[in-house]
Every structure is written in C-alpha cells, then in structure tokens.
Design a binder for this molecule. Structure first.
Ligand code: NAD
Length: 498
C-alpha cells in the first residue's frame, strides 16, 4: 500500500511567531498512517509552554496593529494570495491529508482538488465579506446620531478535528483572520501534517508574523491551556459534544465567547414519492463519504414503508460502488478510519448492531485488507429507532435504515435524538418538504440534495450538535467586537449657526 511521501522539515512542527519550531519540552508523538498502521513521522507535542509562546506572539501581533488595524483591502489582498497558493499546492496538501487521516485522493481532477478549492473559497469569501460588509447608523429624532463599529476583537483559540483538516481549519481561520484577529490554532493530534503547508502559505502571502500560529498536540496537553489562557478572548471549536462541555466549563471562568460546531446523527428522510434515482446514490454518499466520518452524515436513513424493500435493494447496489481500498490509489472511494481507537469504536458498534438489530450487508474488516483501519460499508436494519446504534454518533461507514408510516411518524423518529445538526428530505411534494423542514429539529436542512454549501448559510446545529452559527455575517458577529459611537445633532428645525 502506498503511503511514503517526502516530508519537508516544517511538517510536524509548531508554527509560532513566523517560525517552525519543536516543543519547548522536546517531546514528540507519532503520526500514524491509518491505511498502513506505520509511523509516518514524529510530531511536536505541545503543552502549556508552547501555548504561552504562541499566545504571546499572537497578542503582540494584534497589539502592533499591522494586521488588526490594516485596511480591509490589505487583508483581502493577502487572503486572496493565500487562496491562490492553496490551489497551486492542492496536490501536495491533499496527499498530506490522505497520509494523516486516510481520506481518499479521489479521481484525477483537472483543477485543484474540490476540498482545496473549497478551502480557497473559504478565504476568498471572508476576505470579501470583511471588505464589503458595512456598519449601521441610526438617527434618533435628528438629535442623536449613532454609528456602529465592528472591529477585530483580539486573540482567538481555534480548535479543530481531524475529519476535514484543511477545509475545517480554513473555515475557522478565514473569518477569524479576515476580520483582523490573531489566532492560535490547535489542530487535532490525528491530523498534524498538512497544516504546515497552510502556515507556509500564509507567510508567503504576506501575513505578518505572529498573526497566525499553530500548536500541535493533544487536547488535554495543548487544548486545555489554550482555552484557559487569559489573553485568549474566544474559542471557536469543532469536535465532539463531550469536549465542548469541557471547553464551555473552562471558558466560562473568564467569560470567553465560544462557538461550538459538534456531532450529529442526522436523519435522511425518503418519502415514497421521492426520485430514488437521485435519493439512493445520495444516501450512499451521505453515509459512506470519508468513511462516514462527516459531522453532517445522513447516518439514520428513514424510508417510507411503501418503498422500503425496493430502497434496501437499490441501496445495497449503490453501496457496492464504495469498495474500501488504498486511499492513495486514484479512484478509491472508501479509505480507512482515522485511528485504531476509531476502528475499535466503530467495530464495537457493529458488535452491538448484531444484538440490537440485523446487519444487512458489510459489518466487518474487508477481505484482503489485513492492515489499516478499514471497515466495510455497512447497513443495519430491523432495529428500533431508540436503539443505541440509532441514537449514538458512530462516525463510521454505518447506516441504520428505519421504515416509517407517514409524515408524523417520520418526524417523531427524526426528532427523537439528542442531536440536531442536519436533515435531508427527499420528496416530489413541495408542501411535504416545507412542512417537514419547519418541524425538523435541526440547524440545517437539505431538500432533494446532498450536502451542498453556500458560505452565507448559517452553519450549525441545535441541541447537542452545537451552539452558535458560522457563515456570512454570523461569523462576523462572533469574530468582531461591535461597539457604537454617538454624537448630538442639531435638529432639522433649527438652522446651523454660520
Ligand atoms: P474531539 O472533540 O475529540 O477533538 C476535537 C479537537 O479538540 C481536537 O483538536 C482535540 O485535540 C481537541 N480537544 C480534545 N479535548 C480537549 C479539551 N479538553 N480542551 C480543548 N481541546 C480539546 O473530536 P474529534 O474526534 O477530533 O472529531 C470528531 C467529532 O467532531 C465528531 O463528533 C464530529 O461530528 C464533530 N465534527 C463536527 C463538525 C461540525 O461542523 N458540526 C465538523 C466536523 C466534525
């Protein structure tokens, strides 16, 4: 299985104040290739000392004002250049991402890889947003004029997961940096390689040193000190609800602002009148893409009884297009899970599925792939909607398929969840789609389509799936300090003194 890449000396290092550095303690940990289980390289293992250095650099950069008080047009120019460089280095970055977390390279693309194009779009979108967005002015009875100012707020902690390292990191960095803040980013310990290229890109694009910093390492050793640091004014976090609760508790001690994008157990509701030619492949992609390690995965597929048997047959056929294999081989669609722990977690749920329901297909390590954290695409049927496999986020290529009678029954099953991230509705009836959209307790709903983004969408979840929304002006609210200034006016009735 392929997996060796020449790694530059910046990979696996922290990026602090414009320099790639080892940990102050000298400690490292191993980055494991999930497709082969081999050690790829050693990675700097950050702790409170490295966080302190990074926050100090970020604070100094913020106070200096070269970025925080720069003209929006300057920040736009730098971020546009960074976006161009992401596209230019797309092939290198996607290979590093495959090496660190196992997401397949996919087919050959004529331009940049779609994930890199999306990452570049994140930067361009917020570079423009910060330049175009205006503040407000209010005139009270011609006696008081007030105007608002949305300014860079300070040093933010950005904490990200491993399942979309570059896309999810740029989704946070873009608004944070575009509005003039400084950042200390703590990527997941399971995806510590590709981030170095982004650091190089920011430097080459002309971002002043200290504005963006990365500290690698574990959540408990580097994440906690970042959350608790007194000079960090806010934390934007994407990851699991359990970690979010811990962060919320610590951040509240210093009244830091927080934004949480968390997990899901999203329902994909397929009505009898749906166009199955579109719904079936989309349902398969919705749970098998990235080996199901997607926050918005449609992991609970709800199918109306009249078409249930037909759907199962077609879904199994569609799943056969998701053969596991070497993620570095062009055309492989299903790579390994990210780590041994994730493999054990997913296979644990497969054991549970055998007692809670029935495995229709898949359910084990694929034949011929003895090494690597591979699991077959799997469907679980004949299972109660309240079963653990239907309620808990498995984060693997594992769908539960549940029949329903009518609209109200579908809604009752869909909403019986502690999560509320995404929902998918397949029907030819606009009124059914509209009714269900209103009643579905999720932050995001896609009708007759898979996961598709417009960066103005308010991205985020309800219940245990998150707190706050990211996207467009909502990111602006989180990443800026909004203030006002006001002054008296002479009323229209009285002529000004000349
Ligand atoms: P995780 O919560 O274990 O880790 C996420 C990040 O938090 C990592 O960088 C980790 O090192 C750090 N961390 C861990 N403990 C910490 C602590 N106490 N303080 C500070 N930082 C800490 O999540 P994960 O396993 O990396 O990611 C998978 C989860 O992320 C899933 O639940 C998935 O649904 C969710 N996710 C959500 C979205 C979204 O936008 N809603 C997107 C992707 C992933």
């Amino acid at each position: 299985m392929s997996g060796s890449l020449e790694l530059s000396s910046s990979i696996g290092k922290h990026y602090i104040d414009g320099e790639f550095v080892s940990s102050r303690s000298g400690r490292t940990f191993a980055a494991i290739n999930p497709a082969t289980e081999a050690v790829t390289t050693q990675v700097a293992r950050g702790d409170a000392d490295d966080i302190a250095a990074a926050v100090a650099a970020a604070k100094e950069a913020f106070t200096g004002g070269e970025w925080s008080r720069a003209n929006p047009s300057f920040r736009r120019k730098v971020l546009f250049k960074a976006a161009d460089l992401i596209e230019a280095r797309s092939a290198e970055m996607i290979r590093l991402q495959t090496l660190e977390m196992g997401g397949p390279l996919g087919p050959e693309f004529s331009g940049p890889h779609p994930i890199m194009a999306r990452s570049a779009w994140n930067l361009r979108f917020f570079a423009e947003e910060q330049e175009q967005a205006g503040d407000h002015a209010f005139n009270r009875d011609d006696t008081l004029l007030t105007y608002t100012m949305s300014d860079a707020a300070g040093v933010f902690g950005l904490i990200t997961p491993w399942n979309g390292p570059i896309m999810l990191s740029t989704w946070k960095m873009a608004p944070c940096l575009a509005y003039g803040n400084s950042a200390v980013h703590k990527p997941s310990e399971l995806s510590s390689l590709s981030i170095a290229v982004l650091c190089e890109i920011f430097a080459e694009a002309g971002m002043p040193k200290g504005v963006y910093n990365t500290v690698l390492g574990y959540g408990k050793e580097a994440g906690i000190p970042l959350v608790e640091h007194e000079d960090v004014i806010g934390v934007s976090f994407t990851g699991s609800p359990a970690t979010a609760k811990d962060i919320a508790g610590r951040a509240s001690q210093s009244l830091k602002r927080t934004s949480f994008e968390l997990g899901g157990k999203s329902a994909n509701i397929i009505f009898a009148d749906a166009d199955l030619k579109k719904a079936v492949p989309a349902a398969a992609m919705g749970i098998f893409m990235n080996s199901g390690q997607v926050c918005v995965a449609g992991s609970r597929i709800l199918v109306q009884k009249a078409i249930y048997d037909d759907f199962l047959e077609q879904f199994q056929k569609a799943a056969s297009a998701w053969q596991p294999g070497d993620p570095m081989t062009r055309g492989t669609r299903l790579g390994p899970l990210v780590s041994k722990a994730q493999y054990e977690r997913v296979t644990g749920y497969l054991d549970l599925a055998r007692t809670e329901g029935r495995i229709l297909f898949g359910g084990k390590r694929p034949d011929g792939l003895e090494k690597g954290y591979f699991v077959e695409p799997t469907a679980i049927v004949d299972v109660e909607p309240t079963a653990r496999v239907c309620q808990e986020e498995i984060f693997g290529p594992v769908a539960t398929i549940i029949p329903f009678e009518d609209v109200e029954h579908a809604l009752a099953i869909a909403n019986d969840s502690t999560y509320g991230l995404a929902g998918y509705i397949w029907t030819e009836s606009q009124s059914t789609a509209h009714y269900v959209s209103h009643r579905l307790q999720t932050g995001m709903i896609w009708i007759n389509s898979g996961f598709d983004r417009d960066l103005r969408q308010p991205f985020g979840g309800m219940k245990m799936s998150g707190l706050g929304r990211e996207g467009g002006g909502l990111s602006r609210e989180f990443f800026t300090e909004t203030r006002f200034a006001s002054f008296p006016l002479i009323s229209r009735g009285s002529a000004p003194a000349r």
